[in-house]
Each structure stands twice: as structure tokens, then as C-alpha cells.
Design a protein around this ligand. Structure first.
Ligand code: HEM
Length: 223
């Protein structure tokens, strides 16, 4: 049964929709948490510490964080694998006589594919930058994310990488949220208009909310 669902295109689209929505929930929380940077180093670093102790004493130190990490990794892998398989199917299904006459995929589909690749690369860079410190520009200090974030946005390339990725994120969520709603069967004309508005607002709020952080550092409000 599970095999049949996974093999179908609708099954793969459902996996993409559900994993995408899980990631959006995480991003809303992450964006709100990041805005705490405007309340100063004490509050921001305290929040990062809380992320590791949440659920105690029932949960051990960092258990909840690891649980979230596992869910996110499963969501990212499921999303990427089904996207890849759907796009292979799409390309293989095209009659070869059209190959040179028609563009391979619609503008939205191509934007989603490139956006997904950019975001995948960004997530790897971002973890190496602010979680492990491997590619961090300053002297990475574990447990002091405030200073680490200020260091990242004190370099031109840090700002470029993050701002380009956030714009890609906005476009990806705008179209992705809308597609997810269609897949999960929300499509009806009156509701469609409302869903498009929700997709636009969500994309705009997330992009602007995330970009507020580098802008805060660049303008010296956060230092
Ligand atoms: C301006 C934008 C962003 C800033 C300033 C930012 C900041 C941070 C910081 C400071 C951490 C480390 C937290 C800690 O160790 O306590 C972190 C972790 C993380 N961020 Fe972001 N983030 C941004 C955007 C994003 C986006 C767009 C995504 C996803 C597409 C993302 C996904 C993650 C993930 C997966 C982690 C790793 C969590 C972990 O396992 O510890 N971030 N971020």
C-alpha cells in the first residue's frame, strides 16, 4: 500500500507538500527567534541556550533539539528525493520531437528547481557557518550565536549569500505553498484566491523577517 502511494506522482507530490509544510513551520519559528537579536546579546544567547534545555527534566540536554533536527533532515531528504524523481518523470515523459521546440518546463517549475538547489546549498553553508563554525568568518564561539551572527554579516559575502538565499526562499515558498494547497485538495475558486494571498503574505513575511537580521547588522543597529 505505502509502496503504491510512493510510486504514484500524487503520492510524491503529497510527500513534497507535507514535508514542505513541516519546513515552513520550522522557518516561521526560526524567523521569530532570530528577531530576538534586536533585544541584545543577553536575550539572544539565552534563547539559544533554552533551545538546548527545552523539555528538561523529562528530556535530557539537547534531546528536543536533536528530535527537531531528525524531523528536519527527514523532511529535507523526502522533499529533495521526491522533487528529483518527479522532475525525472516529467523529462522522460516528454515526446522527443518537442525537445527543441518547447521549453523543457514552465517558468515556475524551473524557478522551483533552481530555487531548491540554491536553498539546499544554502542550508549546508549556513550549518557550516553558524552551527559548526567550519566556514565562519570570525573566531566562531560556541554558545555565543549573537557575536557569530554579527561576524557573519560584517562581511560582504555573508550578506550576499544570506540575502540571495532569502530571496530564493521567498519565491520558493510563494509557489510551493500554493502547489501544496492544490495537492492537498484545497483547490476551489473562492478558496484559491485566499490561498494565493496566504502564500504571498507568508513568503513576504518570512523573507522580510529573515533579511531584517543582516540589515540590522549592516546599519549598525545590531552590533
Ligand atoms: C538571516 C537569516 C538567518 C539567520 C540570521 C539564521 C541564524 C541561525 C543561527 C544563529 C543558528 C544557530 C543557532 C544555535 O546554534 O543556537 C541557525 C541554525 C539553523 N538555521 Fe538559521 N538563520 C537564518 C536563516 C535560515 C534559513 C532560511 C534556514 C532554512 C532554509 C535556516 C535553517 C537553519 C538550520 C537547519 C539550523 C541548524 C539548527 C541546528 O541543528 O542547530 N536558517 N540559524
Amino acid at each position: 500500500m505505502a509502496r503504491t502511494v510512493w510510486d504514484s506522482s500524487v503520492g510524491k507530490k503529497t510527500v513534497m507538500a507535507v514535508s514542505g509544510l513541516i519546513m515552513v513551520l520550522y522557518l516561521v519559528a526560526h524567523m521569530i527567534g532570530n528577531l530576538k537579536i534586536y533585544f541584545g546579546a543577553g536575550e539572544f544567547n539565552h534563547y539559544a541556550h533554552w533551545l538546548r534545555t527545552v523539555g528538561e527534566p523529562f528530556m535530557h540536554y539537547e534531546w528536543t533539539l536533536w528530535l527537531i533536527r531528525v524531523v528536519l533532515v527527514v523532511a529535507v531528504v523526502a522533499h529533495a528525493v521526491s522533487a528529483y524523481q518527479l522532475s525525472r518523470r516529467d523529462i522522460n515523459a516528454r515526446p522527443s520531437k518537442y525537445v527543441h521546440k518547447k521549453p523543457r518546463a514552465s517558468y515556475a517549475t524551473r524557478t522551483m528547481r533552481w530555487g531548491g538547489i540554491i536553498l539546499g546549498l544554502f542550508i549546508v553553508w549556513h550549518i557550516l557557518d553558524l552551527t559548526t563554525g567550519t566556514v565562519h568568518s570570525g573566531g566562531f564561539q560556541e554558545g555565543h550565536p549573537y557575536q557569530n551572527v554579527v561576524d557573519t554579516f560584517s562581511t560582504w559575502y555573508g550578506n550576499v549569500i544570506y540575502i540571495v538565499a532569502m530571496l530564493a526562499l521567498g519565491l520558493h515558498i510563494r509557489h510551493g505553498f500554493w502547489s501544496a494547497a492544490q495537492t492537498l485538495g484545497a483547490g476551489r475558486r473562492t478558496r484559491d484566491r485566499a490561498l494565493k494571498t496566504v502564500a504571498n503574505v507568508l513568503a513576504l513575511v518570512l523573507t522580510a523577517g529573515f533579511i531584517c537580521v543582516p540589515v540590522g547588522v549592516m546599519t549598525g543597529v545590531v552590533s
